[in-house]
Design a protein around this ligand. Sequence first.
Ligand code: PMP
Length: 389
Amino acid sequence: MPYCDHNATAPLRPLSRDAMAHALGLTGNPSSVHAHGRAARAVVEQARDRVAKLAHAKPDQVIFTSGATEANGLALWGAVEGAIDRSVTEKSARITRLFVSAIEHSSVLKTAEAVAERVAGVRLELLPVTANGVLDLEALRAALREGKGRALVAVMAANNETGVIQPVAEISRLCREAGALLLVDAVTAAGKIDLDAGLCDYMALSAHKLGGPQGAGALVVGEDAPLAPQMTGGGQQKGLRAGTENLSGIAGFGAAVESVLADAGERGRVASVRDRFERTLKARLADAVIFGESAPRLGNTSNVALPGLASQNIVIALDLDGVMVSSGSSCSSGKIAPSHVLSAMGVVDDLAGASIRVSFGWNSTDLDGDAVVASLEKLAARVRARAAA
Ligand code: PMP
């Protein structure tokens, strides 16, 4: 069945499945000093090396977590609380301002809101994006100029709904000049563009978006970045994230990363599937709107609106045809809530409410994209016929 929802979860890669099966057969606790413990430890450390390579970081910068929600939470709470700890010795180390792009994933947006609500003296400001979905650098520059105390900026490497790539190098330069810390949610970008953890202080990753298992992820932490642990206990992972490591999850994560690193042709293959999908879509349904089309975008993602149709109805109609895509907007208590990402790009509710996200990945073929177009065409014809009747 055509599965075109890789940005929600990518199918498990065969190497990842094998590594997980192997790890499930191991007995040791990675913290145990005996032979079985050491074998388990070796699995964790091999995965750490691989994740570090993907992020262009050192292995000891990688903290395994239960996913990117935890990684983003660890970064935001950990930075703010870690900076409070340091402020005893370092003047002006306290974080007083959170600048978060308006298109962040809810694991960043909601957590930043909670931090600002619960930690005295911390203010949250959302940073706007352009109509193309790219962070407004002027707004960031202006925000960094005001106020006292240290700022923490959160901008994703690429957006999960539109695939629009953010100018992380430029954002990093502005943050460094202002002495601000930078969190980059690299969940959607990982494996699709090169990452450089050296540009930021915190980088969040999730295994299941790149063909690893759900429930595994990592935070890559800069060597000088403040970080107060959010899970305390057994002192695992240098005391920064206590708890016995999720051995099979971490093994699967490492193997998925290894598959990504080993296959240099994958990005091109995926981009060719996506590009063909968009070409045929525009040829068959002339009024289709592709969001962020003229911005630099990941090669796997397409966010399209089909004026006159409703997101939820499109997703259901395609599902009935065995084609799986995601709705561009979410439905809460029976009402369609337009995506906050499209709203931030200035897309009017009617058009945002007609959008779907089609995202491809490592095992996608042209047949998948063709199936989406065929099903959309059928739906559009049905809706036209009903309107004419
Ligand atoms: N950030 C982004 C951009 C995401 O798409 C997701 C998953 N939807 C997350 C963070 C959270 O990741 P996880 O599912 O591993 O908690």
